[in-house]
Every structure is written in C-alpha cells, then in structure tokens.
Design a protein around this ligand. Structure first.
Ligand code: NDP
Length: 495
C-alpha cells in the first residue's frame, strides 16, 4: 500500500482551532463544545469544528444581509462573473489541498476527490460565472384598451432574492456547496452555508479562497455545527431562500418550516431509490463496466446512483454472474492509495445504517454477492447485490445510500414501468439498450427528474437536475436555477 503524501498546508489546516467564517474572517467560537471529524478509513480524529449558537448564526446572516445590500447586489454582473471565475482559478491552484481535505473526512478515493469533486467544482463555478451577464427580463405588449390614444408597455425585471441559506450534505460537500454558491452569487444573492457536521473543512477553506478571489466580506459565510445550526439558519427572518440538499425526512421538515416562515422560498434536492433498466438486447460485456462504475462510485453514496437494477428475465442469470465477477475485482483499500478502487463509507452512523440493511439481507438469505462488513479498522463494507422479496420488501423501498443494489427480473415493459414507479422517490433512472425506439417510448413513462440512456449518474451544469415525488422540489443548473434565486418583478407603463 502506498498512500499519497499529505500536504503540509492540509496538516496545518486540520490542526487549526476552527471557528465560523463570518464577514470575511474566521471568528473564534463562542462555546467550547467541539465536534470531532473522523477519518472513516482509520477512525482517527483529524480535526475538530465548532458548534454555532443561534447568536453566531444571526451574526453570519446579518453579515450576508449587509453584504447583499451594500456590496454584492449592486456589483456589476460582469464583475460578479470575473470574481466567480477567479474563485474557480484558486480552487484549481489549491486542487490537491481541497481533494486531500475531502478524502481525509469522507473516505472518498483520492482520485475521485481530484477528478470528480474538485474538477467538477471548477467546471460548475465557471458555468455559473458565465450566467452573471445573461440574466434578464422580457418586454411585453399589453392588450389594455386605449380610449384616448394612450399606450402601454410592460417589462419584467429579475432581481436577486437576498440572503440564501445553503444546507449541504456530507457526500460531496465542496461540489454541492459550490452549486449553491455559484447559483447565489451569479444572480446577486449572498449566502450562509451550513456544511455537514462530518465534512466541514473543504467549505471553510473555500470561504478563505473567496476572499483571496476578491469576493467581498459577507458574501460567503460558513457556520458549522449539527442539524440545530441548520434550523437556526433557515429560521432567521433575514433568510429569503433555503437551498437544501440532503435526506427526504429532513427535506420535508425544512420545506414545511419554510412555508410557516412566511413562505420562505425553498428548493429541495433529496434522496432516491434510482432504477437502471437493462433491456433484453443489452450487451452485458459492453455495459457492465460503465454501469458498475456509475453505481458504486464513492461506495454508492451518490444521490443519483442506481440502487435497483431491473434486468430482463432472459439476461438475469448472465447479469448476476458477470456483475458478481466484476465486483469481486474491486480492490478495497485506503482512499489515500491511488490504486484503491473502493474505500470506506463516510461516517459511523451511515456505516451502522448500511450494516442494518445487510444484516436483514443476510438473515433472509437475499445476498447475491458481497453483503459483509469488513472486520478491523474503518467503515468498510463489500459492494453488494441483493435479491428482493417483491416490491413491498423494505430493501426494494428504502434508500440505503450505500453500495447495496437490488437485482430484479422483469418480463414485459408494463411490468418494468410499474416496478420502477413503485417508489415514493423519483430522482433518476437509466435505460441500457440499443433499441432507441423502445427507450424513447419508455422515457416519458418513468417518474424521475433525470433519465439517462446507456449512462447513469452523470451531472452536467448545462442540464437541469432535480427530483419528482419525494425526491425534491425545484431544479438546479442550466437556466432552471434562475427562477429560484431571483424575484420576477412586472413593470407596466402608461404613456
Ligand atoms: P441529512 O438530511 O441528514 O443532512 C443534510 C444537511 O442538513 C446536513 O448539513 C445536516 O447537518 C443538516 N440538517 C440536519 N437536520 C437539520 C434540520 N432539522 N434543519 C436544518 N438542517 C438540518 O442528509 P445527509 O447529510 O445524511 O445526506 C445524505 C442524504 O442526502 C441522502 O438521502 C441523499 O440521497 C441525499 N442527497 C441528495 C442529493 C441530491 O442532489 N438530490 C445529493 C446528495 C445527497 P448535520 O449533518 O450536521 O446533521
């Protein structure tokens, strides 16, 4: 085993007594209570973070409010774009540092942290930077009757909503945090971020880079802590929009609270029990490497990744044999070792949750391959394929958010669609086939925010992303985010 050398800058950052990032600087915490950040591969404490009080959260929101009114909303769009691009440049310059911080706190393979998390963070920031100069209203010609020759014209303005609360999960903190930063800053909003208690460091570091990029103090703030900190944040009366990514139960509670808080705008990117449909004509040797990579990336801790494989009856046995053989080749090891293909789960509570599902599957003899946790140090589990006992089986219904996938046989297209849609979730789905006519007929029938053909789990800033049913509310990326971060003001003029 050969692990990458931890940079001195990473060691120094982890050794700091972190506070909150408010009004352009690190503010020491008001209380002494700390949360330990654990490396999930070694179970060792790598750093600690503070728990924000309501007072600290209010200070952060106040700072974002002042920066919105006195700096950012009035900054010319071109300049906003330049500064977001400069932030992207700095992320690029500090790529290895940010990747190592992510790997040390999430167990993400170092190559995934480098080539997906950090690389895509840069792509998304530059994409959002480009939008700054392209957000506009429209002109309209009203049809109001004219009695005395008077005329009318009308136009719309798009104005930033104000202070945004960005609540971020632990699986891709830097990238998901930057989806929220990019959307907010390009439209002229300011933001207070609440990263997950498990993976806080990369966003604290990013906030410092934002100051180096010339983004004014107060435009990006970061408060750290647990769920309660997120609650203080979303309940602040100065917060005009909540952008939340996380689990369905928390998302629903946040959505309900946002409505009670005088209809605070809210967008929710939540969980999924995503389907991959492998049709009768699929060439398994061709599709399996791509399908398995898309499924087990980051140990399956990806909201968009499949958790249910629907395989045509004629291919079921071949599929389970070949998929099992391929998964047995996954080399499990330290996420800091560039040769590892599979790392640990990101934190202990999540490991316990996945273990609970594996225990049920083992008790009921439902394991096709894998199914074990690895004895010893670290939160490692095997990549797992399961049989299910019908569509009411909890393993068919509940999101595991881990490397645990059901394999279900189907005979007809009707049965396939019925089973895919038998879920409270509707985030993503994919169809694996060269029969394009059949795929085009199936796509409209699938209840999901995104459907891929011969691919899965790919997010691109140019393509809208979000869920239907309990998987979410609203869309990110493309031009779809603009509605969520701006108010549309209508102006009518009589002359
Ligand atoms: P959680 O819902 O547990 O937490 C998400 C964030 O919300 C964390 O920062 C958490 O803080 C915070 N939080 C928890 N409780 C509250 C509360 N009552 N009020 C305000 N904030 C709160 O999700 P996870 O972090 O466990 O993430 C995994 C889930 O996220 C999975 O279900 C996954 O599918 C989903 N997800 C969805 C994505 C999408 O784009 N659709 C992308 C990525 C993940 P803390 O962690 O400190 O408790």
């Amino acid at each position: 085993m050969s692990e990458v050398q931890i940079l001195a800058s990473v060691q120094q950052f982890m050794a700091r007594q972190h506070g909150h990032f408010i009004d352009g600087q690190t503010i020491p915490a008001e209380t002494s209570e700390r949360i330990e950040l654990i490396n999930p591969a070694t179970e060792q404490v790598v750093s600690t973070i503070a728990i924000a009080t309501q007072n600290e959260v209010e200070k952060a929101v106040q700072s974002a409010y002042e920066a919105f009114h006195h700096a950012w909303a009035n900054t010319p769009p071109y300049e906003r774009g330049l500064k977001l691009n400069k932030l992207a440049d700095l992320v690029e310059q500090h790529a290895e540092e940010l990747a190592q911080l992510e790997t040390l706190t999430t167990g993400k393979l170092i190559n995934l942290a480098r080539h997906l998390e950090v690389a895509q963070t840069i792509v998304f920031l530059r994409y959002f930077a480009g939008w700054a100069t392209k957000i506009h209203g429209q002109t309209m010609q009203p049809s109001i009757p004219s009695m005395n020759g008077e005329k009318y014209t009308a136009y719309t303005l798009r104005q930033p909503v104000g202070v945004v609360a960005g609540i971020v999960p632990w699986n891709f903190s830097l990238m998901i945090g930057c989806w929220k930063i990019g959307s907010a800053l390009t439209t002229g909003c300011t933001i207070v971020l609440k990263p997950s208690e498990f993976t806080t460091l990369s966003l604290l570091r990013l906030a410092e880079l934002a100051i180096e990029a010339g983004i004014p103090a107060g435009v990006i703030n970061v408060v750290t802590g647990k769920g309660e900190t997120g609650q203080y944040l979303m309940n602040s009366p100065l917060v005009k929009k909540v952008s939340f990514t996380g689990s369905v139960p928390t998302g629903i509670a946040i959505g309900q609270q946002a409505m009670k808080n005088d209809l605070t705008r809210v967008s929710l990117e939540l969980g999924g029990k995503n389907a991959a449909a492998i049709l009768a004509d699929a060439n398994l040797d061709e599709i399996l490497p791509t399908l398995l990579q898309a499924t087990f990336v980051h140990q399956g801790q990806v909201c968009a990744a499949p958790e249910r494989f629907f395989v045509h009856q004629s291919k079921y046995d071949e599929f389970t044999q070949k998929a099992t053989a391929a998964l047995q080749q996954f080399t499990m090891g330290s996420p800091l070792d560039e040769a590892s293909m599979f790392g640990p789960l990101s934190n202990k509570p999540h490991f316990e949750k996945v273990k609970h599902y594996l225990d049920i599957a083992n008790q009921k003899d439902q394991v096709i391959c894998g199914g074990q946790t690895i004895q010893g140090t670290g939160y490692f589990v095997e990549p797992t394929l399961l049989k299910v006992q019908g569509t009411d089986d909890p393993l068919f219904i509940e999101e595991t958010f881990g490397p645990v996938v059901d394999v279900i046989a189907f005979e007809s297209d009707e049965e396939l669609i019925r089973m895919i849609n038998h879920s409270r979730f509707g985030l993503t789905a994919s169809i694996w086939s060269n029969d394009l006519a059949k795929a085009l007929r199936l796509i409209p029938q699938i209840e999901a925010g995104s459907v891929w053909v011969n691919m899965h789990t790919f997010l691109d800033p140019a393509v809208p992303f979000g869920g239907v049913k309990a998987s979410g509310l609203g869309r990110e990326f493309s031009d779809a985010f603009i509605d969520d971060y701006t108010e549309l003001k209508s102006v009518m003029i009589r002359y």
